[in-house]
Ligand binder design. Structure first.
Ligand code: NAD
Length: 367
C-alpha cells in the first residue's frame, strides 16, 4: 500500500498533460474511449486562429499511452504551422488511434471515432494519415461531415498521398537548386526511407527524372514491389544514415534526425514527407545547419496533402490543387534563402513565416 502511494506521488511530479514536453499551448485535447469497439483515441487541437483544426488520423501500435499523447501533440502543432506557412485558412489538429491498423481497425471502430469527431462540432476536421485509407474516411463520413480525404465518388478530393508526394518532389528540387545550383535530379543518389503511399509516388517521380533511387522499408513485400516497378535499388546495409547519398528523403515516421543519427548523416540535402523529422527542432536543426546540410522543413514541403483535402472545404479543383502544390518549390527556395541570409535554421525560418501569419490574423480578429 505504502509503495502504491509512493508510486502515485512519483507520478504526480510530472504533469501528464499540460506538463508534457510536447505540450505547446494546445487549445484542447480530447481523449476518446469506447469499450464496445475497443477505440482508444486522442484528438489534439493545437490552434484555431486561422480556421478549424484540420489534420489526419494516425493509427499506430504505440508502446504506451505517453508515446501516443506525445505523438498527437507534436503532430497537431505541426499542422498549425503547415497550414499557416502554406497560406491556408486552417488551424492545426491531429488524431491518433492506439492500435494495430492491420488487425484492430474495424468499420465499427472507425464510425465510433467519427462520432467523437462529430461531437466537436467542426472545431476539428479529420483526414487520413498513417494506417488509414480513403475507405476509412468514407466510413467516418457516414457519421460526420467533419472529414476530408473521402473518395472522389462520394464528392471528395480522393487520396491526398500522390499530391503530398508531388509537393515533396517540388520541395526537394528547390532544396537541390539551393545546395547544388541546379534542380535537375538526374544522376543524384536519393535514399527514400519508407515507400508507402507517399514514398512510392515520390520514387516514381524521381526515377522518371533519372535519379539513382535507393529504397528502405521495414516491409520486405513493399521493397520487392517498388523495386520491381521502378527499378529502384533496395538498401541492404546496416547503417542507413551513414550512406553516402546526395539526398535523404525520410518518408516513414518522424524523429529520424536525432542524437544518434544527426552527426552520421552524409546526405547534403534532407527532403522528405515524414512529419516531425527533427527529434529536437532547435538542437538537431542547428547541427544540420553547422554541418552545411540543407534541411527542407517537413511541414513546408509535405503540405500537398492538406492542400488537396482543403479543396473539399474551399471548393477548388484539381488544377488549383496542383498549382498550389507546385508553388511549394518557390516557398521552399525563398525560406532556404531567408535562413541563409539571417543565419538561422531553415526550420526557424519557416516557423517565422507561419507564426507571423497567425499573429497578424489574431490582431485582425481582436480589432
Ligand atoms: P504509409 O503508412 O503509407 O507508409 C509508411 C511506410 O513506411 C510503410 O511502407 C512502412 O512499412 C514504412 N516504415 C515504417 N517504419 C519504417 C522504418 N523504421 N524504416 C523504414 N520504413 C518504415 O504512410 P504515408 O501516407 O506514405 O506517409 C508517410 C509519412 O509522411 C508519414 O510520416 C506521414 O505522417 C507523412 N505525411 C503523409 C501525408 C499523406 O498525404 N499521406 C501527408 C503529410 C505527411
Amino acid at each position: 500500500m505504502v509503495s502504491e502511494v509512493l508510486n502515485a506521488n512519483e507520478l504526480y511530479k510530472v504533469d501528464p498533460v499540460f506538463g508534457q514536453q510536447s505540450f505547446n499551448n494546445h487549445e484542447q485535447i480530447v481523449f476518446c474511449n469506447d469499450k464496445d469497439t475497443g477505440l482508444k483515441a486522442i484528438i489534439g487541437i493545437h490552434n484555431t486562429v486561422l480556421g478549424p483544426a484540420l489534420g489526419g488520423t494516425r493509427m499506430w501500435n504505440y508502446n504506451n499511452e505517453w508515446e501516443a499523447l506525445n505523438d498527437v501533440l507534436r503532430l497537431s502543432r505541426g499542422m498549425t504551422y503547415k497550414a499557416a506557412v502554406t497560406g491556408l485558412n486552417l488551424g492545426g489538429g491531429k488524431a491518433v488511434i492506439i492500435g494495430d491498423a492491420k488487425t484492430q481497425k474495424t468499420p465499427e471502430l472507425m464510425k465510433r471515432f467519427g462520432e467523437f469527431v462529430n461531437s466537436l462540432g467542426g472545431k476539428y476536421i479529420t483526414a487520413e494519415d498513417v494506417g488509414m485509407e480513403t475507405s476509412d474516411m468514407d466510413l467516418v463520413h457516414e457519421v460526420t461531415p467533419y472529414v476530408t480525404g473521402i473518395s472522389e465518388s462520394k464528392g471528395g478530393a480522393g487520396n491526398p498521398s500522390p499530391v503530398t508526394a508531388y509537393g515533396v518532389y517540388m520541395g526537394m528540387k528547390a532544396a537541390a537548386k539551393f545546395k547544388f545550383g541546379t534542380d535537375n535530379l538526374e544522376g543524384k543518389s536519393i535514399l527514400v526511407q519508407g515507400i508507402g503511399h507517399v514514398g512510392e509516388t515520390l520514387v516514381d517521380y524521381l526515377t522518371k527524372e533519372g535519379a539513382k533511387v535507393i529504397i528502405s522499408d521495414i516491409s520486405e513485400a513493399r521493397l520487392e514491389t517498388v523495386s520491381k516497378l521502378y527499378g529502384a535499388t533496395i538498401y541492404r546495409g546496416s547503417d542507413l544514415y551513414s550512406e553516402a547519398v546526395d539526398i535523404y528523403a525520410p518518408c516513414a515516421l518522424g524523429a529520424t534526425i536525432n542524437d544518434d543519427t544527426v552527426n552520421k548523416i552524409q546526405a547534403q540535402v534532407i527532403a522528405g514527407a515524414a512529419n516531425n523529422q527533427l527529434a529536437n527542432e532547435q538542437i538537431h536543426g542547428a547541427i544540420l545547419q553547422d554541418r552545411g546540410i540543407v534541411y527542407a522543413p517537413d511541414f513546408l514541403i509535405n503540405a500537398g496533402g492538406i492542400i488537396n483535402v482543403y479543396a473539399e472545404i474551399a471548393k477548388y479543383g484539381k488544377d488549383e490543387i496542383m498549382s498550389k502544390t507546385q508553388n511549394i518549390y518557390n516557398t521552399t527556395l525563398e525560406i532556404l534563402t531567408n535562413a541563409d541570409t539571417h543565419k538561422i535554421t531553415t526550420n526557424q525560418a519557416a516557423l517565422y513565416v507561419a507564426k507571423a501569419r497567425i499573429d497578424a490574423r489574431k490582431k485582425e480578429n481582436n480589432k
